[in-house]
Design a protein around this ligand. Structure first.
Ligand code: CP3
Length: 354
């Protein structure tokens, strides 16, 4: 429970937005469109603003956060903003010694290995992230009817950074803990789940209209291991988010075999990466909406090739309970913003034939 919202997202200005309605499975005239990692990375105005400011310092500066979050909304006219931050920000806020190294990603000074290491991580209190409350409130005022998506990293993906000490391909140390020290693993995922849920509550209390839980690296797991060792923790985050009355999006990469479970964890919308045909995903998620899933490298193809693929995805999405158009993972840094502008306009004006 966090202080009462200034803008109640259940009745606030973005309630009638395409994003919220599509997420709830209501009938909408066209799919809403936004892009994961739309803020930052490929925008020249972002790179200019960020000059001389470290990533985490930028995340803790409400003025910068508001401006960076608004940049892609202004440039592309996308149907949602995503809060500019990072999945490791709440850990930084509770005092974990970590940094985001340019071109590398999050690096943790003392990797977590023991129960004592886990217990040394404080729980997140809303006071730790007052700058987030301030930035979200400022944004909601500027965005008007455009919804703001709040987000958090899911327990498995955040645990991977904490246990490995940095980015990893195999997640070998993380999975070694999961298989070999189940008590430490459970305590760690429980800790991260609590932090993630509080972090989402803070964003929604300040006015975010939807939330996305990023379990980017969950695709490293078998369905059985995911179901037994990870899902219960993600479910606790999504359950607490569900009490806030906003739609919940749950996304991971390489999750072809996990989509059903990721829905069952408590999502209203299951995010789909580009490797899974959208029709296959729709068959797996049951009575839930889907989000996705254009291959992010298609922006480097000729425009007409990119748009033809986008049309196929929109057509496939009509079979879903609801469809939010997105890339199948984040915007690649070398992406030409003009391609994303054309893609946005295409999704917003496409008239299916037949
Ligand atoms: O989506 C947005 O535009 C909002 C901002 C956002 C960032 N990170 C900003 C960022 C979001 C939603 C994230 C989430 C995030 N962070 C995820 C889940 C999404 C995904 O891509 O799967 C993950 C796994 C992270 C961890 C992380 N942080 C990575 C892998 C990196 C990239 C390292 C690199 O430089 O290639 C970061 C750093 C980061 N997060 C940057 C930005 C704009 C680059 C910062 C910089 O170095 O200047």
């Amino acid at each position: 429970p966090v202080t009462s919202p200034v803008t109640n997202p259940a009745t606030g200005p973005a309630t009638g937005s395409l994003l919220v309605r599509a997420a709830r499975g209501e009938t909408v005239p066209r799919p809403p469109v936004w892009f994961m990692r739309q803020a930052g990375r490929s925008l020249p105005e972002y790179l200019k603003l960020r000059e001389g400011t470290a990533m985490l310092d930028a995340c803790m500066d409400p003025g910068l956060v508001v401006e960076i979050t608004l940049q892609p909304v202004r440039r592309y006219g996308v149907d949602a903003a995503i809060f500019f931050s990072d999945i490791v920000l709440p850990l930084k806020a509770v005092g974990v010694d970590l940094d985001i190294v340019p071109g590398v990603g999050p690096v943790v000074a003392q990797p977590v290995r023991t129960l004592a290491d886990v217990e040394a991580i404080p729980d997140l209190e809303p006071e730790h992230v007052g700058f987030v409350t301030e930035a979200v409130r400022g944004l909601v005022g500027e965005l008007g009817p455009t919804p703001l998506i709040g987000f958090a990293g899911a327990p498995f993906t955040v645990a991977s950074y904490l246990v490995e000490g940095g980015p990893s391909k195999e997640h070998a140390k993380t999975k070694a803990m999961m298989f070999g020290a189940p008590d430490v693993w459970d305590a760690l995922l429980r800790k991260i789940a609590g932090i993630a849920a509080t972090y989402l509550e803070v964003q929604v209390a300040a006015g975010a209209s939807a939330v996305q839980l990023f379990d980017s690296w969950a695709g490293a797991l078998t369905p059985a291991d995911y179901a037994e060792r990870v899902l219960p923790h993600s479910a606790r985050v999504l359950e607490r988010a569900g009490r806030l009355g906003v739609p919940r999006i749950h996304f991971g990469v390489g999750t072809t075999n996990l989509l059903g479970l990721m829905g069952e964890a408590g999502a209203d919308v299951v995010g789909v990466d580009w490797r899974t045909p959208l029709a296959t995903a729709i068959g797996q998620v049951g009575d839930r909406a889907v989000q996705g899933n254009l291959d992010p490298t298609l922006v480097f193809a000729p425009t007409e090739v990119m748009l033809a693929r986008a049309a196929e995805i929109i057509d496939a999405g009509r079979a879903a309970k609801g469809h939010i158009f997105n890339l199948g993972h984040g915007v690649i840094p070398s992406t030409d913003p003009d391609q994303l502008k054309r893609l946005t306009e295409f999704v917003q004006t496409y008239e299916p034939t037949g």
